[in-house]
Write a protein that binds this ligand. Structure first.
Ligand code: ARG
Length: 253
């Protein structure tokens, strides 16, 4: 009996390890692709009332439409997204993930859908550069490239983690931290929507290419996604969307 149990356990482990993400054909048969995002990262993915929207959500809808698919959106906490992808709980993640070496070990990335970077924000005009973060308390979103980057800076007093980027932003607005590091475009929105808060944008800490993530070993899905995105980039759809949200074209050059 014990042997039998061990045998079943081994079988289950093998099944889990070899679990396959849905192929393009399987998704096509189903008619809808499942895309997971966070929904708390304006202007890229956020809720307007009960409606999930934003640049990435509209772009994801357009990519799926080009692929002849409907989308089922799911929204989860940022740090649960890539893990769920690896467990085949969704087909794609679109949540402003920068392509990093570390992440590329765990998941595959599509072609980038925009280029941006992490910038320093503070109320103190003297805090603008990496060097000026010395002895300071800096707020960042948990699991983000901002966290990774600030962690490596010498002399920073404390890196405060927040599950949502908007909470890291609030911590700065409320004066609980000295600085906040986030995406250039997320910061621009924050400055616009909080004109009285006295936030000032400093320098870039790094630049990054942002892409959708697809489970490793799913070449047909990745190729179809990339083809659809490339078409949107030439037929004017991408440009219109980018103009709508950013008053400019934010594609990678
Ligand atoms: N670009 C940053 C990164 O790659 C932050 C992404 C945050 N995305 C979000 N949906 N909150 O880590």
């Amino acid at each position: 009996m014990k042997l039998f149990h061990a045998f079943i356990t081994i079988l289950l482990c093998i099944a889990a390890l070899t679990a396959q993400s849905r192929t393009l054909d399987e998704i096509k048969k189903d008619g809808k692709i499942i895309i997971a995002t966070e929904g708390a990262y304006p202007p890229f993915n956020y809720f307007q009332g009960s409606k999930l929207t934003g640049f990435e959500v509209e772009l994801g809808d357009a990519v799926a439409k080009k692929m002849g698919l409907a989308v089922e959106w799911k929204s989860l906490t940022f740090d649960a997204l890539l893990a769920g992808l690896r467990q085949d709980r969704w087909d794609v993640v679109m949540a402003s993930f920068g392509i990093t070496e570390e992440r590329s070990k765990a998941v595959g990335f599509t072609s980038p859908h925009y280029c941006s970077g992490g910038v320093i924000v503070s109320k103190d005009p003297a805090i603008r550069t990496a060097e000026s973060l010395r002895d300071k308390v800096v707020a960042v979103q948990t699991g983000s490239t901002y966290f990774e980057s600030v962690k490596k800076l010498p002399g920073v007093k404390e890196v405060k983690n927040f599950p949502q980027d908007i909470d890291a932003r609030s911590a700065l607005i409320n004066g609980r931290v000295d600085a906040w590091v986030s995406d250039l475009f997320a910061v621009k929105i924050a400055l616009e929507t909080n004109p009285g808060a006295g936030l000032k944008m400093g320098r870039f800490l790094f630049v990054e290419r942002i892409a959708a993530a697809i489970k490793k070993g799913n070449p047909t899905l990745t190729a179809a996604y990339d083809k659809a995105l490339a078409e949107l980039m030439t037929d004017g759809t991408y440009k219109n969307l980018s103009e709508k949200y950013f008053k400019g074209d934010i594609r990678c050059l």
